[in-house]
Design a binder for this molecule. Structure first.
Ligand code: NDP
Ligand code: PYC
Length: 339
């Protein structure tokens, strides 16, 4: 009765793009969003999969995202490239900056892409993974909106501030990639627990009185907690500084104050760094990629797994069998298609 329904990637991507176009998004943005949302669903990264479509449509309807701003590349020839997103969703702005970022990282060894004034809801692994596909190592980071209390505090101040990294693995099918919120879990996970009527694990969140809670609704009204106590709190703070203050954009506090709600996607910036391992290793003994492989092998030899291994396995399964959606998820797509 509740057997999954399988869709191939292109069918799902096209259906999402059509829903977003119908909602008023220009084709450039509808297509870019559909690629990342369908990829999330394909990879079993459900906190940034199709459940995000309604949030995108709500943000659009509320007039809190530009439906059609064309990303503008600003390049002064230095190692810092900018894309002005003009208040549109971030994926098209990222795609606009990639060729110049890769070219500059290869030329200089290290280059940065600052995306300003974008509306951001997506996972960061599609971005760092794409850069690793061009042979560069990459770090991506951004604020969010203030939903996380600093370690030792009780009120939302920091964002769930994701941090993602990818390292190219020449000859392998997939790069080394990690991507995580600097809160114990992404806010999307809390929302999925709420929808499923499931309690949260201990130590994910506090309620509005600052007391520990397992209730997703109380957590959404209270504050989430940083991962790793003071360490995650400091990393999330670094992200506010580098990918907010430093690039002349909003911090998570500023993004929430400007938007006034966490039910729509926030508007702020993003910072992406690209490194050429060959340029950094030039003149030094050894091959950085071989050293990377030795390290990954040693991790696996201990019985540990690499980050993204679960995601890549889900991707392989989806390629063989299609992307498995529940009947409720298919009903959501049908409903959104019908308008
Ligand atoms: P998870 O905690 O689910 O996973 C974090 C990373 O750790 C993944 O790369 C995961 O790989 C890896 N991992 C998990 N378990 C293990 C293990 N046992 N051994 C080795 N590696 C492991 O992610 P989060 O819930 O923290 O974040 C989910 C997503 O939310 C991210 O993609 C992030 O970008 C996004 N996000 C976006 C925000 C935004 O503002 N745009 C804000 C916050 C989060 P695998 O996937 O294979 O399990
Ligand atoms: O899951 O924490 C999250 C999140 C916030 C903005 C986009 N994703």
């Amino acid at each position: 009765m509740n057997a999954p329904i399988h869709l191939d990637f292109d069918t799902l991507r096209r259906r999402i793009a059509a829903i977003l176009r119908r909602g008023g998004l220009a084709p450039l943005h509808a297509e870019a969003l559909a690629r990342v949302i369908a990829a999330g669903e394909r990879d079993g990264a459900k906190s940034h999969g199709i459940y995000r479509i309604e949030g995108c449509l709500r943000t659009l309807k509320a007039g809190k995202v530009s439906a059609d701003a064309e990303p503008e590349l600003l390049d002064d020839g230095s190692g810092v490239i900018r894309v002005a997103a003009g208040g549109a969703f971030s994926p098209a702005a990222f795609e606009c900056g990639v060729p110049r970022l890769v070219e500059r990282a290869r030329a200089l060894g290290l280059a940065a892409l600052a995306i300003n004034d974008c509306v951001h809801f997506s996972a960061l692994w599609p971005e760092v993974e794409a850069l690793a596909g061009h042979g560069v190592a990459a770090l991506a980071l951004c604020p969010s909106y203030a939903t996380v209390a600093p370690a030792g505090g009780t009120r939302p101040l920091l964002g769930t501030n994701p941090l993602a990294f990818a390292w190219p693995r020449p000859g392998a099918e997939t790069p080394y990639v990690f991507d995580f919120a600097t809160s114990v879990a992404a806010r999307g996970e809390i929302e999925l627990h709420r929808r499923a009527g499931k309690p949260l694990p201990d130590a994910w969140a506090i309620d509005s009185q600052g007391a520990p809670t397992n209730d997703p609704a109380a957590a959404l009204a209270g504050a989430m907690l940083p991962f790793g106590g003071h360490k995650g709190s400091a990393i999330a703070t670094m992200i506010e500084l580098l990918a907010g203050a430093m690039i002349g954009d909003l911090t998570s506090r500023g993004a929430l104050d400007a938007l006034g709600t966490t039910t729509l996607a926030p508007r702020h910036g993003e910072l992406i760094l690209a490194f050429s391992p060959e340029r950094f290793a030039a003149g030094r003994p050894g091959d950085p990629f071989a050293a990377g492989e030795a390290l990954f092998g040693a991790i696996l030899d201990q019985g540990a797994r690499l980050p993204s291994q679960r995601r890549f396995a889900a991707r392989a399964r989806a390629a063989a069998e299609g992307i498995a959606l529940t009947p409720d998820e298919v009903a959501l797509l049908d409903r959104l298609e019908a308008g």
